[in-house]
Design a protein. Sequence first.
Length: 421
Amino acid sequence: MRINILFVTVATLFLVLSCNKKSDPSPDSDNAEFVYTPEAIILEKSEVDPVQDISSDGKTYVMSKDVFKNQPKNGETFLVPGLHMRKVVSAKSVGSNYELITEDAALTDIIKDGTLSYEITPAWGTEEALLVDGKKAKKVYGNKDNVIEYVFSAKGVDYKINIEPILSGGTISTCKFKMQMVKKSGGAPNVSLVGEGTMTLPKQNTNITIKDGSLESFNSTNKGISGTINLSIYAADGEPGETTEVLPNIALTFPIRYLPTPYGPIPNPIPMSIEVGVNFVTSISFSGNLSSATAKSTVTFDADNGFDFSGGNMNTTGTLNNEQITGGQFDSAGLIGSELDVQFGIAFPRIALKVADQELAYVHVGFTTGSKLQWGPICKSGYTKIVVEGGYGLKVLGSTLFGQKTTFVERKKEAKGEGCS
């Protein structure tokens, strides 16, 4: 099947549809041609989603027979433009529907030849859903328009996420944020961990080229991940013992439903999205009661990242163009022999590119701070660290290449008392 579609090789789209703002398309564009594979079933876009039900594991799809010419077969891949892309394992007729057992599909299962290129800066206020460990959760708005608040509790710890978009330079890619974790003992807070500041989402430029049913090249860059974060720790009178918490992955998803052309945006047939996430991690250790720790620091950053696959090889990059760690204040106290170690980490933003709900590549800027008290002799210390990390998996592009998490760059500042070695 051969279908001609206009795609943009160099253009800019600010997804601010909810704010009624439009970007000016670039005059530089090409006609790109998609040639679909013989096994591709391209369903017509309609106002009603032909998928009537999806199982909790995401593998079984119930779809109306009316949208298919014939019963789908094993090995065929159906595409509901902009919504679903799945490979059929088996199909069963159930009344007026087909019950399809499916598996993840690769872009090469749908496209034999073609190029997809775009340049996008996601905008706050256009997110489609809040995801917790990949599952949609209720998104709660505060008193101001488009302010996102999400509150939850896990393992005796209360969490609150607040994101307030800021209009700057005609776009709303910048936000104020506050991420807070509070643990209580006897009804009163005894651990408070806070990260707050401002953050600007990057400009993402992506190009995917498929030739003769194989991935020829993939390039994706994120430029201008920037912001300022203030980290603070307060911990006191904790119960003896050590706890390490890795919280659910929380993300806002920004669908890439349209691609810009000189003639205006056109629908993107491939279900794609950019996810902006936040991850928390904490480690708290008290060896006795009546001890406390505090920490305060500020990190300012500007980071870039890139993934480039060609000739069968993948190159990855990550840079900190400008970073400062300032205002480091650390203190700790306790009875003789009582040691403590409190560490708090936030990865925000975590920028992930997804195709058909499969993560293709991600990058995050992470921040950790800690305050520590040791004896023999007495040693008070603290640190603040910033890292740029990322990873990729090209399965959704028809390649077996997979990259574990890589630390591209790391900066750390430490403060130690006189008794520390």
